[in-house]
Design a protein around this ligand. Structure first.
Ligand code: SF4
Length: 478
């Protein structure tokens, strides 16, 4: 099982403008979706790839002139799969097709057999590479992208937002039928450039205008003829990832027609109405994703909002997000970069708002920090419901035995929230529920994915066999 959650982009300038500066800026804007590697591809050249953050690269001037092109696709990578090596970084190139992928293909062993029966090994193969090889096989039989995607869709189980680039300079965007991961279309008027992006924050960064979502089940082609849009499949209900709205997406982004910042603030309002801690002295967010929800919670109940916890951005990895770091030691390192402001915490009944509890590592250290800063009582309110099951649609919490809510769910004497509070050292833990979360986001609950909370994998069409983290990562020494 290979997991990737990443950011993808695609550009095509109808004016023949060099899009590489856009590529670099937009990948930088999507950096929150993946910090392990980045890369891009232009027609008829091997893809450019680099490890680490876009901003740490130095030779932008030469990159921009060397890869000068009116068409490109790009990728930022976050993966729990094997080593964070350059070989696994994207885009990948198979013959004249370059591919960038956000999502997870669940049936990699089956796909592996279809591309020649090689033994699938997480160290040597990615789900994206298998999908690309299979797609290329279909295109070689019948050079028709919509036909090839229709066939591949029947063979492949999982979530996918692909951007593709062919050597003739055409750019494609493909979004799975359920729409697990976001994908939007934009336009930059100044250079008559169309742009595909995982999130609209990247479109804003390059001065573009959001035109809307690429629809689930849609194939979009951009070439010198302009834009062509076709549906390769439809689904009765979509399964947009609810976690994007609480944690993953950038707050400035608008996905599925909903602005993420506004959704997070509303989540705070709804939580305050349903789960009020009326005697709290202060509401504090865990930086950064929970800030709008904390603001909403405080606003609704008329309680002081304070920045009681700050991220030390100058520490090594200080501004990074702990959850998406692949290795435990690195997660601990990031958590140590949270600095309390004792003056707003000491002697107070504190409500602390966090976006989720996955392994509990961050939450435990936050509670410790608040205690040592003198909090008299701590209620932890979590904007996402309990995460008890692995995600098979592109987010990195792959092994069930690591999930705190799973570890604590079977105790018959106590309810889950009391057990979690005990294990974290908090006085109280309150989880959001799927109904309240969907109402706050403003999307019908049936159109959202909650598989990691309710264990219903029907939208993905799989019956998963849960594996350990070492098996999933193919990285047994960690
Ligand atoms: S399982 Fe959870 S994290 Fe994965 S797509 Fe569904 S809601 Fe998002």
């Amino acid at each position: 099982m290979v997991h990737e959650n990443c950011g993808v982009i695609g550009f095509f300038s109808l004016n023949g403008h060099n899009v590489i500066p856009y590529v670099i800026d937009s990948l930088r804007a999507l950096q929150h979706r993946g910090q392990e590697a980045w890369g891009f591809a232009v027609p008829s050249k091997p893809p450019y790839k680099s490890l680490g953050l876009v901003s740490t690269s130095r030779n932008f001037k030469s990159i921009v002139s060397k890869f000068n092109s009116h068409a490109a696709i790009g990728h930022v990578r976050y993966s729990t799969f094997g080593k964070s090596n350059l070989e696994n970084a994207q885009p990948l190139k198979i013959k004249d097709l370059c591919i960038a992928h956000n999502g997870t293909i669940a049936n990699v062993e089956e796909l592996s057999n279809m591309v020649g029966g090689c033994t699938f090994s997480p160290q040597t193969m990615t789900d994206t590479l298998l999908a690309a090889q299979r797609l290329m096989m279909h295109l070689e039989k019948n050079d028709n992208m919509i036909h090839a995607i229709r066939v591949l869709k029947e063979e492949m189980i999982g979530s996918f937002c692909f951007t593709l680039l062919t050597d003739d300079g055409s750019v494609y965007a493909i979004r799975d039928t359920r729409g697990f991961r976001p994908l939007v279309l934009g336009h930059i008027e100044e250079t008559n450039t169309y742009m595909i992006s995982s999130e609209s924050c990247a479109i804003d960064t390059v001065g573009g205008k959001l035109l809307g979502d690429i629809q689930p089940g849609e194939l979009l082609k951009i070439s010198s003829k302009g834009i062509e849009r076709q549906h390769f499949s439809t689904s009765e209900y979509h399964s947009h990832c609810a976690f994007e709205f609480t944690y993953f997406a950038h707050p400035s982004s608008t996905i599925e027609g909903v602005n993420v910042y506004e959704a997070r603030k509303k989540i705070g309002h709804y939580l305050a109405r349903k789960y009020p801690v009326k005697d709290a002295d202060v509401v504090i967010p865990v930086p950064d994703s929970a800030r709008p929800a904390a603001l909403g919670y405080a606003e609704e109940l008329g309680i002081h909002f304070e920045e009681g916890l700050l991220k030390d951005r100058y520490r090594k990895k200080g501004s990074m997000r702990s959850f998406i770091e692949p290795y435990h030691g690195e997660r601990i390192e990031i958590n140590k970069g949270i600095v309390p402001i004792p003056e707003v915490i000491r002697g107070k009944n504190v409500v602390v708002i966090d976006d989720s509890i996955v392994r509990g590592t961050s939450s435990q250290s936050i509670i410790k920090i608040l205690r040592s800063a003198g909090a008299s009582k701590i209620s932890l309110i979590v904007t996402f419901p309990p995460i008890k099951y692995p995600c098979y649609a592109g987010i990195d919490f792959p092994s069930q035995d690591e999930l705190l809510a799973f570890q604590n769910q079977n105790n018959e004497n106590n309810d889950l929230e009391s057990e979690i509070a005990k294990s974290l050292g908090a006085d109280k833990v309150i989880y959001n529920d799927t109904v309240t979360l969907a109402q706050a986001i403003g999307i019908d609950e049936r159109e959202l994915c909650f598989s990691c909370s309710n264990g219903n994998y029907k939208p993905l069409g799989i019956k998963p066999v849960f594996k350990t983290r070492a098996e999933v990562k193919g990285d047994l020494e960690n």
